[in-house]
Design a protein around this ligand. Structure first.
Ligand code: COA
Length: 152
């Protein structure tokens, strides 16, 4: 687990622009995973589950609720972007969350995140909006958009 936490944090450090304040710190991730209702998936640069000793190129972190699963974080290290890894992580999440009993996936993102294109192409549709929800590094506010995706 510590190895995997290290892998998650390595991707976290490279993937999130500090300007948005979206990255979680090690304690937050560790706490989430200790709760028992959160799940992670690590992907290699070749788009496969990682093997012992291998570095991760991306990860997802999600939280299970009743018949729902919320995507908390999705990240791919910059050097491995636009190779389909983000899509593979979402496909793996759909499969795993379905096995855990989820009938839909939920996520929240800041308005304007280019990840929206990926989410839309994977069947996510907007279900809500929270005005000025995020507070950025220099005090600006940004809306949060909530999306859902039905799982067959
Ligand atoms: C969002 C993120 C996970 C996407 O990872 P990725 O591996 O590059 O995604 P994919 O290669 O699977 O992209 C699949 C499709 O989604 C769309 N897409 C992905 N990133 C995009 C971007 N920055 N701009 C526009 N479209 C994008 C494209 O249609 C892409 O297909 P194409 O490359 O054939 O045009 C990655 O950019 C990232 O880690 N961003 C920073 C963290 C973040 O904002 N996470 C989401 C909120 S928690």
């Amino acid at each position: 687990m510590t190895d995997d936490l290290d892998r998650i944090m390595a991707v976290m450090a490279s993937a999130f622009d500090p300007a948005w304040g979206e990255a979680w710190n090690r304690r937050q991730v560790d706490d989430a995973l200790t709760l028992g209702n959160c799940h992670y998936f690590l992907i290699s640069a070749q788009g496969k589950p990682i093997e012992a000793g291998e570095e991760a190129a991306g990860f997802s972190l999600s939280r299970t609720g009743y018949e729902e699963e919320e995507l908390l974080l999705l990240a791919v290290a910059p050097e491995y972007r636009r190779l389909g890894l983000g899509r593979s992580l979402l496909e793996a999440l759909k499969r795993a969350s379905s096995q855990r009993g989820a009938k839909r996936l939920l996520l929240e993102m800041r308005r304007g995140n280019p990840a929206e294109r990926l989410y839309s192409s994977m069947g996510f549709y907007q279900i809500g909006e929270r005005k000025d929800y995020y507070r950025l590094l220099h005090g600006e506010r940004l809306d949060a958009l909530t999306f859902a995706c039905d799982i067959d």
